[in-house]
Design a protein around this ligand. Structure first.
Ligand SMILES: Cc1cc2nc3c(=O)[nH]c(=O)nc-3n(C[C@H](O)[C@H](O)[C@H](O)COP(=O)(O)OP(=O)(O)OC[C@H]3O[C@@H](n4cnc5c(N)ncnc54)[C@H](O)[C@@H]3O)c2cc1C
Length: 301
């Protein structure tokens, strides 16, 4: 089994290390700045390094298919670039694609389905391409690793022309990649503001601090914000460095999608709720009052 990672300017995709670990430590890194990126991988044992310029999924799939034809199991992270490349690579190689896997090996793949409500285990008997969901597997260090530079063969491919790559702002960033998250729970709906207005204000305050907006299922079910903002077992699996919870009780289905934040702050009127119990800093206060004060200090309207 081999992992394939798309590297942009030395930056690894989300879930890179876990994918390499799942592939037993062997990976092909393609893109720009691949050697620097390889140095960041704890699970890497054997790395093939292909400096291959700007990402073009159609052409790259045709190039990689020539190099990877004898590899029976190919796994990519289910990052945006991985999700672009994997189906094209599977089509080039004429094999099935298993997207959104939790686990893959030579004989079976476990796939997450129905917004992570069920996992399906399928037997496999031939070559395949799969994408692995980030934030599920975890990683352990491989120790020593060997690196070898390779050149991918030339190939033609159908690609759209990339005019410009825009950095995602905190408001548009995929929650799974957000380093800082301010999240709204049902408790934020109590006070002068109605639920949607309070969540909207939280989003503006979060943006002013370079953080992204998250929410619990109670909040998304109530329609105060979109489902793409829901963190948890039936939402997005995030893994921020900082998580600030406003009026969130800390139910297991919510915490299950939180990863391992280095810093957790909980604003809650209940000092004993699970969210406050797991927080580094527990602010026992009314969530809307704390939010209004933050907005005032940051001059957020
Ligand atoms: C199959 C299944 C899947 C689920 N998947 C998810 C999921 O993916 N994500 C998810 O989040 N949930 C999920 N849930 C729901 C989950 O069980 C909880 O119900 C939900 O996370 C609770 O959200 P909450 O913390 O916003 O609300 P509550 O549990 O109602 O908590 C509200 C909190 O606000 C506090 N509070 C009240 N007033 C104030 C105030 N004025 N100021 C400050 N704090 C205040 C309260 O003390 C309380 O701690 C799932 C449930 C099931 C059954």
């Amino acid at each position: 089994m081999i992992a394939v990672l798309v590297v942009r300017d030395g930056v690894l995709p989300l879930g890179a290390d876990e994918t390499v670990a799942e592939a037993g430590g062997e990976a092909l890194l393609a893109g720009s700045g691949v050697k620097d990126a390889a140095g960041e991988l704890a699970a890497l044992r054997t790395g093939l390094l292909a400096e291959n310029g700007t990402f073009a999924p159609g052409r790259w799939a045709a190039q990689l298919a020539q190099v990877l034809a004898d590899r029976d199991q190919i796994v990519l992270p289910a990052s945006p670039d991985g999700r672009d490349l994997a189906p094209r690579l599977a089509a080039e190689l004429g094999r099935p694609l298993f997207p959104g896997a939790l686990r893959v090996n030579e004989t079976e793949v476990e796939l997450s389905r129905w917004d992570s409500r069920v996992s399906v285990t399928l037997p496999v008997s031939g070559p395949f391409v799969a994408t692995l969901l980030p934030g599920v597997r975890g990683v352990s260090s491989a120790g020593k690793c060997e690196l070898r530079a390779i050149t991918l063969p030339e190939a033609e491919g159908n690609d759209v022309e990339v005019v410009e790559v825009l950095e995602a702002g905190p408001g548009t960033l995929d929650l799974a990649e957000a380093p800082k998250i301010f999240a709204a729970g049902a408790g934020l709906g109590h006070g002068a503001l109605d639920g949607p207005s309070a969540v909207e204000l939280l989003g503006r305050v979060a943006s002013a601090l370079g953080a992204s907006l998250g929410a619990t299922r109670v909040v998304t079910d109530a329609g105060w914000t979109g489902y793409e903002r829901q963190i948890g077992t039936t939402g997005v699996v995030a893994n921020p460095e900082l998580y600030v919870a406003f009026g969130i009780s800390g139910a297991s289905q919510h915490i299950g999608g939180l990863g391992h934040p280095a810093h957790v702050v909980s604003v809650n009127t209940d000092p004993f709720c699970p969210m406050t119990a797991m927080a580094e800093l527990g602010i026992v206060a009314d969530a809307q009052s704390v939010l209004a004060e933050l907005a005032r200090l940051l001059e957020v309207q």
